[in-house]
Design a protein around this ligand. Structure first.
Ligand SMILES: Cc1cc2nc3c(=O)[nH]c(=O)nc-3n(C[C@H](O)[C@H](O)[C@H](O)COP(=O)(O)OP(=O)(O)OC[C@H]3O[C@@H](n4cnc5c(N)ncnc54)[C@H](O)[C@@H]3O)c2cc1C
Ligand code: FES
Length: 297
């Protein structure tokens, strides 16, 4: 949850716990997306929307570090994660089978804010940025939000997270899709759909590649009637996940908040402790996009 403009809300490390769970199900969703469900009672009982867990499913020292994943949804003592194989850690995670052990450290990070509950929530998901949203959508609805729309974008139709998994049985949740190649829904960027669905009562929640989030920031900045608030969930290379290694520092506007003059320059904030969710105006977008690709041990 982000704090008021100019303030920083740090993750609550008091809730994080190391636990070893059991994989219950590994589902191939299409387009390389995989949903892993595991019995992780502590994480399931405590994770809030937008928070993440550091996962490890391997015994050896390669890769050395746990890998961060958003908690996609929880049900009873079960938690789910959505991912795809992009490197050594994710390859081992998607190779898990029911009955295998999955170690989780979490919940970590600060989640999305929905108190007070918005009159209208616009959830903008790009590719694997879908991961935190089933849990957020459910929380918004349970908090009484009458109007939740998910804008779901991906490169192709096969890579769209299934609309029904955002809704999880709630017919009151609208899902509109966009694909770069036009194979499903609107042909073009998911951010094309934002302007016509935003008003002063809306809170925007977004997660996706940094370049998509930067495009969203620029779309929102150009609106005649900006949303009440916009929160983005960012990614950074992570070592520890709880503020000690300093590997996840991201550029933010010094002073923070929408009213801070840009000439105050850039500061650094830890993605794992004052993120991954940040108010859109807090992020120093040009500097973020200029960061070199990261290597994680
Ligand atoms: C808070 C947070 C939540 C995340 N949630 C999800 C999720 O729900 N689903 C999902 O699929 N991915 C998620 N990611 C990204 C995921 O953690 C990385 O893809 C994963 O760590 C890569 O590990 P690897 O060993 O497979 O790849 P590596 O071999 O370490 O790297 C492969 C590629 O992934 C990039 N990469 C490595 N670490 C990260 C990182 N932390 N963020 C972005 N790119 C990275 C590398 O630069 C490289 O290009 C999240 C990242 C963060 C910071
Ligand atoms: S991941 Fe170690 S300080 Fe953020």
């Amino acid at each position: 949850m982000t704090g008021p403009p100019g303030t920083e809300l740090l993750s609550d490390l008091g809730r994080a716990r190391d636990e070893v769970g059991e994989v219950l199900e590994v589902q191939l969703l299409g387009g390389g997306l995989v949903e892993i469900t595991a019995r992780l009672p502590h994480l399931a009982a405590t994770a809030r929307p937008g928070e993440f867990a550091q996962l490890r499913a391997w015994q050896g020292v390669e890769p050395l570090l746990r890998r961060p994943f958003s908690v996609a949804w929880t049900e009873g003592d079960r938690c789910a994660f959505v991912l795809e194989a992009v490197g050594s850690g994710t390859r081992m995670l998607v190779a898990l089978r029911p009955g295998d052990a999955l170690r989780s450290l979490g919940p970590l990070g600060n989640g999305f804010g929905f108190d007070p509950c918005p009159a209208r929530a616009l959830v903008v998901s790009g590719g694997l940025g879908c991961a935190p949203f089933p849990l957020l959508v459910r929380a918004l609805r349970r908090a009484g939000c009458p109007d939740v729309t998910v804008l779901s974008g991906a490169a192709t139709g096969a890579r769209l997270y299934p609309a029904e998994r955002f809704r999880r049985g709630d017919g009151g949740v609208a899902v509109l899709e966009a694909t770069d190649d036009g194979s499903r829904g609107h042909r073009g960027r998911v951010t094309d759909l934002v302007a016509s669905r935003c008003d002063a009562a809306t809170i925007v929640y977004a997660c996706g590649p940094n370049v998509m989030l930067a495009a969203l920031a620029s779309t929102l900045a150009g609106l005649a009637g900006p949303p009440r608030r916009a929160e983005v969930s960012l990614e950074a290379p992570m070592g520890c996940g709880f503020g000690t290694c300093l590997g996840c520092a991201l550029p933010v506007v010094a002073g923070g908040g929408p009213d801070a003059p840009r000439e105050h320059g850039t500061a650094w904030a830890l993605c794992c402790r004052s993120g991954p969710v940040m108010e859109v105006s807090r992020v120093a977008w040009p500097e973020l996009l200029a960061l070199p690709p990261a290597h994680v041990a």
